[in-house]
Design a protein around this ligand. Structure first.
Ligand code: IMP
Length: 177
């Protein structure tokens, strides 16, 4: 499948995304009650979401960036998670908030939650994803926070890419299959 910009339909507008991010941040501000948080942005897809979300978080916060990849070419997952760069500071005793773009099969989320549990005894580990594609899940992972549920569509924009393109869109779009 090839994706052309002219064929994209808007699924979530810039306004809808920004509104939902503020709602999520309010929930998180309430949950963490001013406690320090390590926000871990999963590159590259979550870059827009993570950088917008943290602007509305009002606790002491440090940002870390890790890079994983699971998509091969086009719109099909390889079904295998590759840790491209996962160097992190000592997170023992810390509140960790993992920020992802989308949970699809859930393999990436499971990999990351297992990685955290194997390597650190955190105070808390929460998983936040802008999008939740529940219908394609292959694991029992559910994000603690998510922005929007999507059905089985390949979506692009606002960090999400098709062969590296469209991350820069301010909205999230899709093409009819
Ligand atoms: P999972 O491991 O199958 O849950 O997939 C997670 C990763 O696959 C995400 O972080 C995205 O980078 C990518 N991905 C899954 N679905 C889509 C999509 O619809 N559009 C763009 N990327 C996607």
């Amino acid at each position: 499948m090839e994706i052309k910009l002219s064929e994209l339909k808007v699924l979530f507008s810039e306004e809808a995304i920004q509104k939902r991010i503020k709602e999520l941040a309010n929930e998180m501000n309430h949950f963490y009650k001013g406690e320090e948080v390590y926000a871990i942005c999963v590159l590259k897809g979550a870059v827009m979401f993570a950088t917008d979300l943290v602007k509305y978080l009002d606790m002491p916060l440090k940002m870390e960036f890790i890079r994983l990849s699971s998509y091969g070419t086009g719109t099909t997952s390889t079904g295998k998670v590759n840790a491209v760069d996962i160097s992190l500071p000592d997170l023992n005793g810390k509140n960790v908030l993992i920020i992802e773009d989308i949970v699809d099969t859930g393999l990436t989320a499971k990999f990351l939650m297992d990685f955290m549990h194997c390597n650190f005894k955190t105070k808390s580990t929460k998983f936040c994803s802008l999008l939740d594609k529940k219908i394609t899940r292959q694991t029992d992972i559910e994000p603690d926070y998510y922005g929007f549920e999507v059905d089985d569509k390949f979506v692009v924009g606002y960090g999400l890419d098709y062969e590296g393109y469209y991350r820069n869109l301010r909205y999230i779009g899709y093409v009819e299959k």
